[in-house]
Design a protein around this ligand. Structure first.
Ligand code: NAG
Length: 192
């Protein structure tokens, strides 16, 4: 009996390390093997190279196989902002904490965004961005983080980036997959 246990030990260790390895893989690019109910503070978060940003994909297409919507929790330190951008999906914001400014330009009928409308946003504000309207969210405050819950349709998101508000729509730079989708997104093999 004892001899059998000792003989099985290497196999047992191998199985355990395989389980750990597959669980680690699952936690990076899917929820497979993870509990259904998770603590939002345990989810991977990163600034994706943008100082002052914290992005968490709460539920996403690339990470979790979401088909219709995607949910993010984003925190912007004072002075931090999104790029000026547009996308052809619906987007809903709920401000959980802090305050800032939404800049929004209509994309209808003009060659470039032009001077955006400015809207003050603060804790408990909610707003949605019309499809393809060029916008930017900015923590214009000086001492408080701006925390947002963001819901988008049609994930994964394809973003068109503008250097400024006079850049023509046709010159906006497409970014796909977007920063937080890059690591786990797999291009379809027949689409080179
Ligand atoms: C936001 O809503 C919560 C919950 O209703 C409330 O406790 C809080 O005071 C509100 N904050 C502001 C700034 O309105």
């Amino acid at each position: 009996m004892r001899r059998t246990q000792i003989a099985n030990a290497p196999i047992f260790l191998l199985v355990i390390s395989f389980i750990c390895w597959t669980t680690a893989l699952a936690s990076i690019c899917s929820t497979n093997g993870l509990p259904l109910v998770r603590n939002i503070n345990d989810l991977p978060q990163s600034d994706f190279g943008r100082a002052g940003l914290s992005h968490i994909t709460v539920a996403g297409a690339v990470l979790h196989g979401m088909k219709e919507i995607e949910v993010w929790l984003q925190t912007f330190a004072p002075g931090t902002r999104t790029p000026i951008h547009r996308h052809s999906c619906e987007e809903v914001f709920v401000v959980l904490k802090g305050s800032g400014t939404l800049y929004l330009a209509s994309s209808a009928g003009v060659k470039h965004p032009g001077t955006p409308q400015e809207y003050a946003i603060s804790s408990n504000s909610t707003f949605h961005i019309p499809i393809n309207d060029v916008h930017q969210v900015w923590n214009t405050g000086t001492d408080e983080d701006l925390q947002l819950l963001v819901i988008i349709s049609r994930p994964p998101i394809k973003v068109f980036l503008y250097d400024d508000w006079v850049m023509p729509h046709t010159a906006a730079k497409m970014r796909f997959p977007y920063y937080w989708d890059e690591e786990c997104y797999h291009f379809p093999k027949d689409e080179l």
